[in-house]
Ligand binder design. Structure first.
Ligand code: PLP
Length: 404
């Protein structure tokens, strides 16, 4: 007799293998840093120059930050032992939230165990049946899942297209009127967008979004997963980058530039009080280990004390994009730390990535379904500690692998 699990898995796994979308994982044997040890499928290890990390400021392997986390483990133990609303809420959680609020220039903040949980829990708490959500077509999966969970009506607008956003807001208002479920005054809508789009590295147009949100009296939520620690002179994010007001709801993660783990929402005290009471992914889960909260807190303070690290990252992005252009590649200067090098063909992108790995450069190929068919790309992401020499050499190797 066939195993019952076959019935649920076989067709999908076969289809994924046939369409080359079946996923496996890389095995890295060293801490996340600019150079890592990669163990291949044959068990052979090689040193790789890492051009693929979200640890943009390269803080995961800094001795003083590791020591601070180790001290926190000794002080607070290995786990929190309870949900935040029962016994899990320990001093590091409280201090971390105060620090995030301060860093982000907001009244208050709340942390979640991951950025994914922050998005899912925030969107589904704020919006429900009868509400309207306006979502950029390139938003992250965790935003999409939060929208699905909310059961609000979702209108997807063309990527970063403000005219299309206004069009769908008007369409939603007409829909609300037509359904007579709500009169205009009761209409509740929320715009939600990535601050930095994770596969393209481009930015949401916060000043325009603020104008549109105000004009149409809808809420504005941004996800600063790839913006925190990266954008603005001191890494405070999209509002600092543009020198404009903040969105109503700012979500972020502590797992990328902050190099710990967890997600957060920062905003008005009332928003945070609301989420503490209504967000299911905050309420019904065990609090993150206090030592993880302490690590995020220490790392965030480190970022505040070392704005030069943020500027070093910015300088590296400018230098690397320029180096790629010098090698003849058509690459614009990215405003973030993510640099897409579009190849087009899926198989070619995979081949180039494999060739680069043979040369000790780890840069993944991103293909359908993560990006549109025929727009497969190498997705480079930079760290503050990459040297110009390393970046120049990587650009040369990338161009050669593409031209080959
Ligand atoms: C734009 C965006 N939002 C949210 C997340 C989720 O954050 P986390 O990894 O902390 O769950 C990610 C990536 O992981 C992301 O790229």
């Amino acid at each position: 007799m066939n195993n019952i699990i076959d019935k649920f898995t076989d067709a999908t796994l076969t289809q994924m293998r046939e369409s080359h979308t079946y996923r496996t994982m890389r095995h890295i044997e060293s801490p996340e840093a600019a150079h890592v040890m990669l163990r291949d499928a044959n068990g052979i290890s090689s040193e790789q120059f890492l051009l693929a990390s979200n640890s943009y400021l390269d803080l995961a392997d800094v001795p003083e930050l590791k020591q601070a986390m180790a001290d926190a483990v000794l002080k607070w133990g290995t786990g929190s032992g309870g949900a935040r609303l029962t016994t899990g809420n320990k001093t590091p959680h409280v201090e971390l939230e105060a620090e995030i609020a301060r860093f982000k220039g907001e009244e208050a903040a709340i942390t979640f165990n991951t950025g994914y949980m922050a998005n899912v829990g925030t969107i589904s708490a704020l919006c429900g049946k009868g509400d309207y959500i306006f979502s950029d077509e390139l938003n992250h999966a965790s935003i999409i899942d939060g929208i699905r969970l909310s059961r609000a009506k979702c209108f997807v607008y063309k990527h970063n297209n403000m005219a299309d956003l206004e069009r769908v807001i008007l369409e939603a208002k007409a829909d609300a009127r037509e359904q007579a479920a709500k009169i205009d005054a009761d209409f509740r809508g929320m715009i939600v967008t990535d601050a930095v789009f994770s596969m393209d590295g481009d930015l949401a147009n916060l000043p325009e979004l603020l104008k549109i949100a105000k004009a149409h009296e809808v809420l504005l939520m941004i996800d600063e997963a790839h913006a925190t620690g990266v954008l603005g002179k001191t890494g405070r994010g999209l509002a600092e980058h543009y020198g404009c007001e903040h969105a109503d709801v700012t979500v972020g993660t502590l797992s990328k530039a902050v190099a710990a783990e967890g997600g957060f929402v920062a905003g008005k005290q009332k928003l945070i009080d609301f989420l503490r009471n209504k967000s299911r992914s905050f309420i019904f889960t065990t609090a993150m280990a206090p030592a993880v909260a302490a690590a995020a807190l220490n790392n965030l303070k480190f970022i505040e004390a070392h704005p030069e690290r943020v500027q070093q990252l910015r300088g590296n992005v400018d230098f690397f994009c320029e180096s790629l252009r010098r090698e003849g590649l058509n690459v614009a200067t990215s405003p973030s730390a993510i640099i897409p090098i579009v190849i087009g063909d899926e198989a070619k992108a995979m081949q180039i990535s494999a060739t680069l790995q043979e040369h000790g450069i780890l840069i993944p190929a991103i293909r359908y379904p993560t990006v549109a068919k025929g727009s497969a790309r190498l997705r480079a992401s930079l760290m503050a500690t990459h040297t110009h020499e390393e970046l120049r050499l990587a650009a040369k190797n990338i161009a050669e692998a593409i031209k080959f």
